[in-house]
Design a protein around this ligand. Structure first.
Ligand code: NDP
Length: 477
């Protein structure tokens, strides 16, 4: 089987390989991918540092052309890359193709942003002096990504980093190196100069840690668990560098008595269970007012019965497998915890077998949960959601905000008054009305509050806040 190498200083290097296993069929090896050492990470950082002066002064047409070419190739290969994504991560083929299209849209957006770089010219407070405010790249950016969006998250960090003139050392999650390797290959062939993008696949505890320990990274952008996020933060403060963290969520979906039942059930089923619940924007707390509670639980349970859990590539599959054995164990542990805590198992809760060996779990719904239970407070990251019964809108809002996290929040209602109040008073970074808590656009800011996020927003033009630094220049006329 061909070994996919790391890309360091423009060369494909590396010998040791790890197998990328398909969670829908653990007998299938998706590919063999090199593992970098801590020294490889240091070499990659040195290469990115050496490439920075030239790339930071490269022309906007060159950056535009490379990012546009990358977008075009990803789009042209959406079926093939979507297939790779579905096989390495386990989300269904339509979801995987959708994510691939989104990655292309992100590269396309930042190809355009390269042409729209702008500053400000202002009069000074003093006579005969002009003031210019410009944005400059910050230097070498370390990019560390999780396994749940193997192509979109790398895209939304790499594209703005390169667009604004930074160089990159990129470490994808060890579980899903395939799409990241493909992005590096496409950018390399699109004409990126040597050393501008370095790919170092391998273990977080080795390669990621070497990045955290380096004094030569000007910034680290990270998505993953709260624990690793804290390490990124601590090391970044020690090295006086910028950092941006996207971490967990425990996103609420409020359903009010006046909700359109069909809209509410579709939004809850999508938020809680699609992509196997492995989205930081997934909703695992369904907060439902008394008047609609029983009807909603009955309708959602009926809906869950219709969802097919199977191989990610099979036509008709709604929910693919859990990503790996460790995450499956986490999910089933939380299901046991929910039972012990006294929540009622209304649907699912069991692992299931399919034609091929894989990590299959039924969508699982608890009812009669309270907001103090561990299943309501801790991120599970699987197809598991709980219904919390509340008296009215005021209690629903209070429960929705009573969480350490603040990424996304949703409300199903036909009341303009409550929708408007919820948008203003939710303590989440993203609020959805009559829509799932997951599923966002590529051209507008993404991010949360409280323990979910730290630093400036990702995506859209707001990405410039992290990937550039502002300079103020004064000139005597
Ligand atoms: P991690 O935080 O461990 O992994 C995220 C990234 O950080 C991976 O690339 C990982 O590498 C890397 N990493 C791990 N340790 C270090 C380190 N010491 N220094 C630098 N980088 C490191 O999350 P997991 O993938 O293990 O997922 C665990 C939980 O995190 C999930 O169950 C979920 O709750 C949450 N999560 C949240 C996500 C979100 O989008 N908010 C996304 C994914 C997970 P490697 O792959 O080699 O471990």
């Amino acid at each position: 089987m061909t070994l996919h190498h790391n890309l360091i200083a423009g060369e494909w290097v590396g010998s040791n390989g790890v197998e990328n296993i398909n969670p829908s069929n653990t007998n299938e090896i998706v590919g063999l991918y090199a593992t970098a050492s801590a020294d490889d990470a240091k070499t990659a950082i040195a290469a990115a540092k050496a490439a920075f002066p030239a790339w930071s002064r490269s022309g906007i047409l060159e950056r535009h052309a490379i990012l546009k070419k990358t977008a075009d190739e990803i789009l042209a290969r959406k079926e093939e890359l979507g297939n790779l994504l579905a096989r390495e991560e386990g989300k269904t083929l339509p979801e995987a193709i959708g994510e691939t299209i989104r990655a292309a849209q992100i590269f396309d957006f930042f190809a355009g942003e390269a042409l729209r770089l702008a500053g400000e010219v202002l009069p000074s407070a003093r006579p005969n002096i002009g003031v210019e405010i410009t944005r400059e790249p910050i230097g070498v950016i370390g990019i560390i990504t999780p396994w749940n969006f193997p192509i979109a998250i790398p895209a939304w960090k790499i594209a703005p980093a390169l667009c604004y003139g930074n160089t990159v050392v990129f470490k994808p999650a060890e579980l899903v190196p395939g799409c990241s390797w493909a992005i590096a290959d496409i950018l390399n062939r699109a004409g990126l100069p040597k050393g501008v993008l370095n790919l170092v696949m391998g273990k977080g505890s080795v390669v990621g840690q070497a990045m955290l320990d380096s004094p030569d990274l000007a910034g680290i952008t990270f998505t993953g668990s709260t624990g690793t996020g804290k390490r990124v933060a601590a090391s970044s403060i020690e090295h006086n560098r910028k950092f941006q963290l996207e971490m967990g969520g425990k996103n609420p979906m409020v359903v009010l008595d006046d909700a359109d039942l069909t809209v509410a059930v579709e939004a809850a089923a999508n938020s809680g269970f699609f992509s196997t619940g492995q989205r930081c924007t997934a909703s695992s707390r369904l907060i439902v007012t008394e008047g609609i509670h029983d009807k909603f639980v009955a309708a959602l349970t009926e809906k869950l019965k219709t969802l097919v859990v199977d191989d990610a590539l099979k036509a008709g599959t709604h929910i693919g497998p859990v990503v790996d054995e460790r995450q499956l164990a986490t999910d089933t542990d939380y299901i046991a915890i929910g039972r012990q805590e006294g929540a009622k198992l209304a649907f699912g809760g069991e692992t299931i077998t399919r034609e091929n060996p894989g990590f299959y779990l039924q969508p699982t719904l608890f009812t009669e949960a309270t907001n103090q239970m561990r299943i309501s407070r801790e991120e599970i990251f699987g197809p598991v959601a709980s219904v919390i019964r509340v008296k009215d809108y005021e209690e629903a809002l209070s429960v929705a905000n009573d969480t350490p996290f603040g990424l996304s929040a949703g409300i199903a209602t036909t009341s303009l008054k409550h929708a408007t109040h919820f948008k203003r008073n939710s303590e989440a970074g993203m609020v959805m009305v009559n829509l799932p808590t997951a599923g966002v656009d590529f051209h507008v800011p993404f991010g949360g509050r409280k323990a979910s996020s730290f630093g400036s927003r990702e995506q859209g033009k707001y990405a410039a806040e992290f990937f550039t630094v502002v300079k103020t220049a004064y000139t005597l006329a």
